[in-house]
Design a protein around this ligand. Structure first.
Ligand code: NAP
Length: 500
């Protein structure tokens, strides 16, 4: 990841109240309930959105089912669907600033990052899967001469796409783009705190020509809607990104109904810094890895493991450097670290740091909430001297907090890195590439970055091992996860031969 160049300040666009998008129609929740949506930088209500009921979920699933069964999208060729998605991609680019404003005002993301990370990465995902749509095919298998077998790649049906609060636009794109190009219908439930960009995507897909009912959005509480949507008999696949706790509950429910399930869950990545690394570059990477998106990043690097000879040096550099990272008002183009997304998240992070202090953690920098404009700010924090069993090291913090531990040997670094229930991402900073290959092969993670962090591309799959989930998003792997193989086998035997 690189910190982007600055761009124009946020103009403060007005956000319209949100409705449910079901069967191509915008409507209120069946009981009229609405939810306030906050700007995390000010704590102020910026708009309200409809809060769906389980009856609304039933309507959305019914609309998706009807659209799927009609064949109006599911039976188009990949190229025909790709033409529609190409128009959607252009509309996303035309409305890039609307999308950036939604992520900025709703999630508290610094405007510069919303523009050049969230919007750019999301549109690239749509671009990648649209391109795959042009070359979708099945296969013919070599069989004995009296059999002809070909394999069709067919869509699964109705997909429930459930996303977390931290990257609404990108994490919906990782699901919507491959699921749609494969021919599925979708019911999308965004996080209840950050649903705004999903509503813009619905407008765009409709304007692009995605048929009514193929894409639906139900905004509202996961506690109320989640089990109902996941367990709904007309939902054929669940694509879930969120916490390990909720993900395992949803996986259990889906598993009972034998539904395919993609689980992109929590993370607690280790960043291993060897003494032979380019220290300037490694410090830049280390700071980027834990402050990006205010640390609300499943693939953040909140655990820094440092080879002992440079341990105190690295702590000294972090103490000096971290307070200089531009922090505060996310409307300012130079801001790198904005607020946390919600008061709940702020309190969770503050509580974990207080308990880390009580457990003997040495605060190198930060360690406090910041009272600024009524927003949900936590100062970027570095903590040393905690053991691996301390909560702040063992659990996912999901805030701008870095713990630092020393190690003496390669073996110890690998053991510390793998000594967590999670296994999403990991990183190695070293000047010795043979060592990088050796260590990378032994890290229990879905992705490992060498001399960098969060280097992402739509073509590169990502996902977890252990408590970080299973299945992969990105790459052709994700497209395949929205398809099933249907083998069609012809009997070519001559009647007399068959009779023998
Ligand atoms: P969360 O609390 O698990 O919520 C995720 C989504 O699930 C939300 O839309 C939530 O709705 C919904 N939900 C709640 N209860 C549900 C239920 N019973 N059944 C189905 N869905 C239900 O996660 P979060 O706090 O939004 O996000 C942070 C977590 O996501 C972190 O653990 C982070 O590591 C993880 N994450 C993982 C990845 C990855 O790719 N592996 C990426 C980003 C984030 P409400 O919003 O209404 O509660």
């Amino acid at each position: 990841m690189t910190i982007p160049e600055t761009s124009a300040p946020a103009p403060g666009a007005t956000i319209r109240p949100g409705q449910l998008f079901i069967g191509g129609t915008w409507r209120d929740a069946s009981d009229g309930a609405r939810r306030d949506i906050l700007n995390p930088a000010t704590g102020q209500v910026i708009t309200t959105v409809a809060s769906a009921t389980t009856a609304d979920v039933d309507d959305a699933v019914a609309a998706a089912r009807a659209a799927f069964d009609s064949g109006v999208w599911s039976r188009l060729s990949g190229r025909e669907r790709a033409r529609v998605m190409q128009r959607a991609l252009q509309l996303m680019r035309d409305r890039a600033e609307d999308l950036a404003q939604a992520e900025h005002q709703n999630v508290g993301k610094p405007i510069t990052f919303a523009r050049v990370v969230d919007v750019v990465n999301a549109t690239e995902l749509y671009e990648y899967y649209t391109a795959l749509g042009h070359s979708m095919d099945g296969s013919v298998r070599e069989t004995p001469a009296d059999i002809h077998a070909y394999i069709r790649k067919e869509p699964l049906g109705v997909v429930a796409a459930i996303t977390p609060f931290n990257f609404p636009l990108i994490l919906s794109a990782t699901k919507i783009a491959p699921a749609l190009i494969a021919g599925n219908s979708i019911v999308h439930k965004p996080a209840s705190d950050t649903p705004l960009s999903a509503l813009i995507i619905a407008e765009i897909l409709q304007e692009a020509g995605v048929p009514d009912g193929v894409f639906n959005v139900v905004t509202g509480s996961g506690t109320t809607l989640g089990d109902h949507l996941v367990g709904h008999p007309d939902v054929n696949k669940v694509a879930f990104t969120g916490s390990t706790e909720i993900g395992s509950r949803a996986a259990e429910l889906a598993g009972r109904a034998l539904k395919p399930f993609t689980a992109e869950l929590g993370g607690n990545a280790a960043n291993i810094l060897f003494a032979d690394a380019d220290l300037n570059a490694a410090i830049f990477t280390t700071i980027s890895a834990f402050v990006f998106n205010s640390g609300q990043f499943c693939m953040a690097g909140p655990r820094l493991l440092v080879e002992r000879p440079i341990y105190e040096t690295v702590l000294g550099i972090l103490a000096e450097a971290v307070p200089h990272v531009p922090f505060g008002d996310p409307t300012q183009p130079e801001t790198v670290i904005g607020p946390l997304a919600s008061p709940t998240q702020l309190d969770k992070v503050a509580g974990m740091v207080e308990r880390a202090k009580a457990a003997g953690g040495r605060i190198i920098t930060g360690g406090e909430k910041v009272d600024l404009d009524g927003g949900f700010y936590y100062r970027p924090t570095v903590i040393a001297d905690l053991g691996s069993d301390a909560e702040a090291v063992a659990d996912e913090i999901f805030g701008p907090v870095l713990t630092v531990q020393p190690f003496d040997t390669e073996e110890e670094a690998i053991a510390l890195a793998n000594g967590t229930s999670y296994g999403l991402a990991s990183g190695i900073q070293t000047g010795d590439l043979a060592k990088a290959h050796r260590v990378a092969a032994r890290l229990e993670a879905g992705i490992t970055w060498v001399n960098g962090w969060a280097l992402m591309d739509p073509a590169v799959p990502f996902g977890g091992v252990k408590a970080s989930g299973w299945g992969r998003e990105g790459g052709p792997e994700a497209l395949e996860s929205y398809q099933r193989a249907h083998s069609i086998v012809f009997n070519l035997a001559q009647p007399e031969a068959a009779a023998q």
